[in-house]
Design a protein around this ligand. Structure first.
Ligand SMILES: CC(=O)N[C@H]1[C@@H](OP(=O)(O)OP(=O)(O)OC[C@H]2O[C@@H](n3ccc(=O)[nH]c3=O)[C@H](O)[C@@H]2O)O[C@H](CO)[C@@H](O)[C@@H]1O[C@H](C)C(=O)N[C@@H](C)C(=O)N[C@H](CCC(=O)O)C(=O)O
Ligand SMILES: Nc1ncnc2c1ncn2[C@@H]1O[C@H](COP(=O)(O)OP(=O)(O)OP(=O)(O)O)[C@@H](O)[C@H]1O
Length: 502
């Protein structure tokens, strides 16, 4: 794309150098990824200032710069477009460069403290089973049909976002389910993404290191709904799907012009209402009351929060053209999401579950679900993220575990540069009992849990879920929670067989 065409998208700017002969073939904000023909955005970030890397970008072949501070000494004759807010302009130009891909897709955005990954996967499953090609953008990966791309962020920056959406358009994906994190909303990563439908799951304390107050956190979350806009998209209405059981729903209602669809586990007036919920070890059944009909749902997931997630997914699919019965039929074979209530098979008679619960609300819901299962002893392994994270939730995570489990093994979740023992000590503040221990090394903690467990026990590994890395002391080491749990159980089984054999 010609440099002038990019510049023409910006109203207020100062152009230095000749951009008419510049051909841009790539957009980048990271100097380490610049290739010849790149337009480089100098982003003043949370940690470093991208303007400092302009010379590196120039050396790697950048042909155009977008900056807010003077970089003439670093880039020589290479043209620069100076603007006030590089991040804003980056979102705008990325959208133009990739030819507004979100406008060509059915975009369903899911926001909320918990449930985003689960809801996007439920929606994906419904569409796939109804013979549509799908895309996912979220915490675990970016996925275009079956092609998986790694991700650093739940919601990527605008360059990766629009590039991924463009890939989906090229692959003729019809629906993209996209997790929208509060950080992304706060930092404008989804500016210009044209959503058809916004889904809200819940709002509970998390990320207060960034948002400071729940009021501010809620305001940020509601941006997804506000940004749905006032107009139709390709002649189609926009919808907001909201969880009526969350007190924040009341506020969201006034922050969007989209038609609102509600779901609830308790309020019969909701458009999508679940009743007669029955919980089994491996599934949940309920009656879905929607659109004047009752549908019998059999869901291979446990937990009432997953019923709520399912209502959200069915509602979002329905307003975008999938019949309710077709969605219900599809969900009967749902295979689950990695690291979310993931059962680990073993021959020891131990029920082992890996789950991503890492907020007090998520943990409370998880424990509520666990309590409905049959077991002898309940043991929980839990920790809390270190460094620059919202440490105010540590005592709540500790107390919930200690009050409900027979035994708790505290361990590390990405301690980063913080002392793991200090984190664990904050989690057990004020607890008088002795039903716990600290094991700093997470893999050792897994083995300790398995060592302590006996047939009939329920052992639950919280907070890591699908994550494939453990961040400690400035390094990231590969980590596979489900695999380590599987290994620990298998080794214990072998040891016991050996003993019995002797
Ligand atoms: C604190 C934070 O949100 N940081 C995000 C932010 O980075 P930043 O702009 O501050 O980056 P920076 O490191 O200061 O660098 C500034 C600029 O210099 C550039 N640079 C840097 C080094 C270099 O050698 N060359 C170079 O060009 C960088 O590419 C960048 O453009 O913008 C980046 C691009 O969009 C994000 O990847 C990055 O997310 C980091 C990895 C992160 O951990 N974010 C968390 C807080 C987050 O966003 N989490 C939510 C999910 C939360 C949840 O629900 O659990 C998410 O959506 O991921
Ligand atoms: N609707 C819900 N309400 C409360 N807790 C939930 C809900 N759905 C899932 N959880 C719990 O939260 C954990 C994370 O679920 P999920 O990954 O779907 O949420 P998320 O919003 O994507 O989280 P994150 O953005 O932090 O990755 C699950 O393992 C489960 O314990």
């Amino acid at each position: 794309m010609n440099g002038l065409e990019l510049a023409n998208q910006i109203a207020i700017k100062k152009i230095v150098g000749d951009i008419t002969s510049v051909e841009v073939v790539n957009l980048q904000q990271d100097s380490r990824k610049v290739t010849p023909g790149t337009a480089f955005f100098c982003v003043d970030g949370e940690y470093v200032d991208g303007h400092h890397y302009a010379d590196k970008a120039a050396e790697s072949g950048a042909v155009l710069f977008i900056a807010s501070k003077d970089i003439s000494s670093k880039v020589g004759d290479i043209p620069v477009i100076y603007v006030n807010d590089v991040k804003h302009i980056m979102a705008k130009l990325a959208n133009h460069f990739y030819d507004y891909p979100s406008s060509k897709l059915n975009m369903i955005g899911v926001t909320g403290t918990n449930g985003k990954t689960t809801v996007t996967h439920l929606i994906e499953w419904i569409y796939r089973k109804n013979n549509q090609d799908t895309g996912i953008i979220g915490t675990i990966y970016r996925k275009v049909k079956d092609q998986i791309y790694p991700t650093i962020n739940t919601t990527p920056d605008p360059l990766i976002m629009h590039e991924t959406l463009n890939e989906m358009v090229k692959e003729q994906v019809s629906m993209c389910a996209c997790e929208v994190s509060s950080h992304a909303l706060f930092q404008g990563r989804i500016w210009g993404v044209d959503f058809n439908t916004a889904v809200f799951t819940n709002l509970t304390p998390d990320h207060l290191e960034t948002h400071k107050t729940m009021e501010e956190y809620g305001t940020v979350k509601s941006l997804l709904f506000a940004q749905l806009g006032n107009t139709l998209k390709n002649g189609k209405a926009r919808f907001g799907v909201i969880n009526l059981d969350d007190p924040f729903a009341e506020k969201l209602i006034y922050r969007t012009s989209a038609e609102l669809i509600t779901y609830s586990l308790v309020d019969e007036s909701a458009h999508f209402f679940a009743k007669n919920m029955k919980f089994f070890t491996d599934k949940t059944t309920f009656d879905l009351v929607a659109n004047g009909e009752v549908f019998a749902v059999e869901l291979p997931l446990v937990g009432d929060f997953n019923v709520a997630n399912t209502l959200a997914a069915i509602a979002a699919s329905f307003v975008n053209g999938i019949q309710i019965q077709d969605a219900v039929t599809a969900l009967a074979s749902f295979e689950g999401v990695s690291g979310r209530m993931q059962g680990i098979e073993n021959d020891l008679g131990i029920q082992a579950i890996v789950d991503y619960a890492h907020t007090p609300d998520g943990l409370e819901k998880l424990i509520g679900t666990l309590k409905k299962l049959d077991y002898k002893k309940l043991m929980i392994m839990i920790g809390h993220d270190g460094g620059n994270r919202d440490n105010s939730i540590r005592p709540a995570l500790g107390k919930l575990s200690l009050d409900n489990a027979d035994y708790v093994v505290f361990t590390s979740v990405n301690p980063r540069n913080e002392d793991p023992t200090k984190i664990m000590t904050e989690m057990v503040a004020d607890h008088k009992g002795e039903n716990y221990e600290f094991v700093i090394d997470r893999k050792e903690a897994i083995y300790r849990m398995v060592e302590l467990a006996e047939a009939g026990d329920l052992i639950v590994f919280c907070g890591k879920g699908h994550e494939s890395l453990q961040h400690l002391d400035g390094v990231s080491i590969p980590f596979n929670e489900a695999e380590y749990v599987r290994q620990a159980l298998a080794e214990k089984s072998e040891t016991l067989k050996g003993i019995n054999h002797e």
